[in-house]
Design a protein around this ligand. Structure first.
Ligand SMILES: [Fe+2]
Length: 124
């Protein structure tokens, strides 16, 4: 995969069981409960990635966004040097949905956008 193609669309690991170092450094790692209660706050911690990514002026993670399905929920902008690409946010799920796909997208200034997803079950 050439670096130019990384900026076409959103990247995901080609083989999640056998990731390259590039994929390990950019694929978000999502930590949150598998099941949450409707109306009850819960925390989601996101790290980029399973192998640490540098936060230097010339190469860094610029932002992390969180969606449930296609719905935007949160965005955190990061600055190089003074931050690390690790965030914890609090969400509340409600409504009639019983499952939801938590989607996290991050952007590296040199390696483009990378996505990870996790299914969450919502109980009454
Ligand atoms: Fe990068």
């Amino acid at each position: 995969m050439s670096e130019k193609s990384l900026f076409c669309g959103i990247n995901r690991p080609q083989d999640p069981a056998n990731m390259t170092d590039l994929e390990k450094k950019h694929t978000p790692v999502i930590e949150c409960p598998d099941t949450v209660k409707s109306g009850q706050p819960f925390q989601v911690t996101i790290k980029v990635g399973s192998m640490p990514h540098v936060m230097e002026e010339g190469h860094h993670i610029q932002w992390i966004e969180v969606y449930f399905g296609q719905n935007f929920n949160a965005r955190v902008d990061l600055t190089p040097v003074f931050t690390r690409p690790e965030i914890t946010l609090t969400f509340v799920k409600g409504g009639k949905h019983r499952t939801s796909t938590l989607r996290v997208i991050e952007r590296c200034n040199l390696h483009g956008q990378w996505e990870a997803t996790k299914e969450i079950t919502i109980t009454e």
